[in-house]
Design a protein around this ligand. Structure first.
Ligand SMILES: Cc1cc2nc3c(=O)[nH]c(=O)nc-3n(C[C@H](O)[C@H](O)[C@H](O)COP(=O)(O)OP(=O)(O)OC[C@H]3O[C@@H](n4cnc5c(N)ncnc54)[C@H](O)[C@@H]3O)c2cc1C
Length: 343
């Protein structure tokens, strides 16, 4: 175990020794939605380009062609687009395509974002290649021995520094908001190729029969500058509605603990934490949230944390910049009224 120096990418070549090592290419699995790469895709490109110029992006789904152009403008030297994989499940086919490509070209590393799809495809690729996967990566360092990763263990309570030995490619799951996104550099000189993914076997028998898009009001959890999260402390779905109201008034996004999601007060897409989303807003307001480790790993890197809890011993206060010991069901209505009066 080692203390983590800082987040992001570093190069450790005291005398410009980088050229002594034969750094292979880094592949970035770049998720996109309707032609727009997700913010994490640009962060993966930033992380990869800090280590090597030899970066390929792999993208898929409806809109992949439009996304490919943007990925080229943000640091990918080549792009492979796998096209729209509907109506089957995309993850098995993307993993199958990656496994085929890895066997042909043996990249140094494959980077995924810690998203629902990223986690699934990375795990499938790891199983297909019978190679380990390194999750929760928050920093990368390029040494003469190759890339070294700083990553969290035990829900982020411990930090380890790890290097792949005799396992190429290294498969890395990078945490969002830990790596600087790659700035746009127009015009793109990247090459774009289409590749038909192979059949993925038994999972190809599965067909997606309905697709429901979550209606988004205001900013997404990933992009919001302000996140207001509610926990079990609200006691009921009716009272939890105050979280959404406050988030809307602050032009922020609504988050929820797993307890609130399990109670049916918020959708799973709003869950923050180890098995939900990782957020890093400017302001994170935790209301009626105890601060379990599994929740903290998803929000503790927020710039400013405000916690409201009636228990002065609640663990959430240990990561808070401002702690308010109060009943959320008494404080939030007053806060909401005050903000409404200012509109
Ligand atoms: C494998 C695994 C993965 C997990 N992943 C996640 C995850 O991704 N995200 C996540 O959030 N959890 C996750 N959990 C669950 C986690 O361990 C906690 O159970 C959960 O975070 C607790 O949610 P909570 O804080 O809302 O509820 P509680 O722990 O019950 O806390 C409620 C808090 O509200 C306070 N309170 C009560 N009434 C009031 C009031 N009127 N006013 C003010 N404060 C009040 C209480 O003092 C308490 O601190 C995971 C657990 C496991 C085992």
């Amino acid at each position: 175990m080692t203390a983590l120096p800082k987040y992001g990418c570093f190069r450790c070549f005291p005398n410009g020794r980088r050229s002594e090592m034969n750094m292979g290419s880094i592949w970035v699995v770049a998720e996109q939605h309707r032609g727009q790469p997700l913010p994490i895709a640009f962060e993966l490109l930033g992380a990869a380009r800090d280590l090597t110029d030899n970066v390929r992006a792999i993208t898929f789904g409806q809109g992949a062609t439009a996304a490919a152009k943007l990925l080229g403008e943000h640091g990918a030297r080549s792009i492979v687009e796998l096209g729209d994989l509907a109506p089957g499940l995309p993850a098995p086919r993307v993993a199958a395509a990656l496994a085929e490509m890895v066997a042909e070209e043996r990249p140094e590393a494959v980077f995924f974002g810690t998203t629902f799809d990223g986690r699934e495809i990375a795990a499938r690729l790891s199983a297909r290649l019978r190679r380990p996967l390194l999750a929760n990566v928050i920093g990368l360092e390029l040494t003469v021995d190759g890339p070294v990763a700083h990553h969290g263990l035990n829900g982020g309570e411990e930090l380890a520094t790890t290097r792949f030995i005799n396992a190429r490619p290294g498969i890395y799951l990078l945490r969002p908001k830990c790596f600087a996104p790659r700035d746009r550099e127009s015009p793109s000189t990247a090459t774009v190729a289409h590749r038909e993914p192979p059949e993925a076997g038994a999972t190809d028998a599965v067909r997606v029969v309905a697709h429901q898009e979550v209606v988004q009001h205001g900013p997404t959890l990933d992009a919001a500058e302000i996140v207001v999260t509610g926990g079990r402390g609200f006691g009921s779905v009716e009272k939890f509605a105050q979280v959404e109201q406050l988030a809307e008034l602050l032009k922020g996004a609504t988050g929820a603990t797993r307890a609130a999601v399990d109670a049916g007060w918020a959708p799973y897409s709003a869950q923050v934490g180890q098995t939900g989303k990782i957020v890093k807003p400017n302001v994170y307001i935790a209301c009626g949230v105890s601060g379990a480790t599994q929740h903290l790993v998803g929000m503790k890197d927020s710039s400013h944390i405000i916690a409201i809890n009636k228990d002065p011993e609640a663990a959430i206060f240990s990561v808070s910049d401002l702690g308010i010991v109060a009943d959320v069901n008494a404080l939030l209505p007053r806060l909401i009224r005050a903000l409404e009066a200012r509109r």
